[in-house]
Design a protein around this ligand. Structure first.
Ligand code: F6P
Length: 344
C-alpha cells in the first residue's frame, strides 16, 4: 500500500537549512502525490495536536530563510507523564502514515526510541554543532562556520591595531567542530576545544612566545565546551533542560580575564552566541538540506523506517537511526593536528 500522508517536524535548537529541508520534503512529496502535515514546535506539536497542512504555497519563498517555519522546541516526550500517549493519539488523529523528524542528537534520539516502539519514522540530521555520528556533515554547520570565520577575520584587524589579545567564544556544545573549522579558516593562534582540556598557563606561554617573536596581538578561539584541566566546565546556568543539558558559555570571559591578569596584555572577549545559528543558510547547507529532504521522502516511499539520511563522501545514504544517536561525533584528531601546525 502506497503512502499518502506524512508528517514533518523540526526539533531542538534551530539552524540554517531547516526551511530548505522542509521545502524539499513538501516538493518531493507533492511529485509523489503525498500530502505533508507540518507539526508545530517539534515534539510539543505532536503532543498538543498543533499542526497545519503544508501546501506548495506554504513552502514557497522559504529556501533562503533561516530558522524554521514550523517552529521548534526542546520538548522531550519521554520526560513528562502521559506525553507519549498523547503523541501517538495525535499521530492517528492526523491520519499520518509516517513521520519525518528533522533534528539533532536529542530529537533524533526520541525518534529512534519511537521507531523501536513501532512508529514509522525517518530522521534528517541537522545541527550547527556537527556532532551527530554516522554522517560526514549535518546542515547548519557550514553556515555557522562561515559566520564564525567572518567574525575572526574582523577581530584580526582590530586586534592588530590595538595590540590586543582577542578571545572569541564559539558554540558547539561538547564538540569543537565549529571552533576547529572556523579557527583554521580564520587563522586563529590557538584553538581550545572540549576534546582536549587545557591550562591557562599553556595559552599564556604561547602568547608570550608570539610577542617575543614580534607579534603583539593574538586571536584565541575557545569552544563554549572547552574545559580547563582539573576544573569543572564553566556554565551560564546549572539548570538542565528536558534532555539533561546544562547551558554552556562563560569560558571566554573567564579565559579573557585570566590571560590579561597573567600576561599583562590588554584582552577583550567576543561571545558569538546565537548569531551563529540565525540568518540565511549558506549554499552548501541549502544543497545538503535539499538532498536530505528528498532522500527522506524516498526512504518513506521505500518503507525504510528507523533510518536517518546521511552524507557519506559525496553520496546521500541511509543509516540506522540508533547508530547515529548512540555516541557523539567529536573532532577528528587528524584535523586538529593540522590546526596545531598554525598555533603560536
Ligand atoms: O545545539 C546547538 C546549540 O546552539 C549549541 O551549540 C549550544 O550549546 C546550544 O544549542 C544553545 O542552546 P539554546 O538555544 O537553548 O541557548
Amino acid at each position: 500500500m502506497s503512502i499518502k500522508r506524512i508528517g514533518v517536524l523540526t526539533g531542538g535548537g534551530d539552524c540554517p537549512g531547516l526551511n530548505p529541508a522542509i521545502r524539499a520534503i513538501v516538493r518531493k512529496a507533492d511529485r509523489e502525490n503525498i500530502a505533508v502535515v507540518g507539526i508545530k514546535n517539534g515534539w510539543k506539536g505532536l503532543i498538543e495536536e498543533d499542526a497545519l497542512e503544508l501546501s506548495l504555497r506554504a513552502v514557497s519563498g522559504i529556501l533562503p530563510k533561516g530558522g524554521t517555519i514550523l517552529g521548534t522546541s526542546r520538548t522531550n516526550p519521554y520526560k513528562e507523564r502521559g506525553s507519549l500517549e498523547k503523541l501517538k493519539k495525535t499521530f492517528s488523529a492526523l491520519n499520518l502514515e509516517a513521520l519525518i523528524v528533522i533534528g539533532g542528537e536529542d530529537t533524533l534520539g526520541v525518534a529512534s526510541k519511537l521507531s523501536k516502539e513501532g512508529l514509522k519514522v525517518v530522521g534528517v540530521p541537522k545541527t550547527i554543532d556537527n556532532d551527530l555520528s554516522c554522517t560526514d556533515f549535518t546542515f547548519g554547520f557550514d553556515t555557522a562556520v562561515n559566520i564564525a570565520t567572518e567574525a575572526i577575520d574582523r577581530l584580526h584587524t582590530t586586534a592588530e591595531s590595538h595590540h590586543r589579545i582577542m578571545v572569541v567564544e564559539i558554540m558547539g556544545r561538547y564538540a569543537g567542530w565549529i571552533a576547529t573549522y572556523a579557527g583554521i579558516a580564520g587563522g586563529a593562534d590557538i584553538i581550545l576545544i572540549p576534546e582536549i582540556p587545557f591550562s591557562v598557563d599553556e595559552v599564556c606561554d604561547l602568547i608570550k612566545k608570539r610577542h617575543t617573536g614580534g607579534k603583539d596581538f593574538s586571536i584565541i578561539v575557545v569552544a563554549e565546551g572547552a574545559k580547563l584541566k582539573e576544573h569543572d566546565l564553566v556554565l551560564q546556568n546549572k539548570e538542565k533542560d528536558a534532555f539533561g543539558h546544562v547551558l554552556l558559555g562563560g569560558i571566554g570571559q573567564f579565559l579573557s580575564k585570566e590571560l590579561e591578569r597573567k600576561t599583562g596584555y590588554e584582552t577583550r572577549v567576543t561571545v558569538l552566541g546565537h548569531v551563529q545559528r540565525g540568518g540565511t543558510p549558506s549554499a552548501f547547507d541549502r544543497v545538503l538540506a535539499t538532498r536530505f529532504g528528498v532522500k527522506a521522502v524516498e526512504l518513506v516511499i521505500a518503507g525504510k523506517f528507523g533510518k536517518m539520511v546521511s552524507l557519506k563522501g559525496n553520496d546521500i545514504v541511509d543509516v540506522p537511526l540508533e547508530d547515529a544517536v548512540g555516541t557523539l561525533k567529536t573532532v577528528d584528531m587528524k584535523l586538529y593536528d593540522i590546526a596545531k601546525i598554525f598555533f603560536g
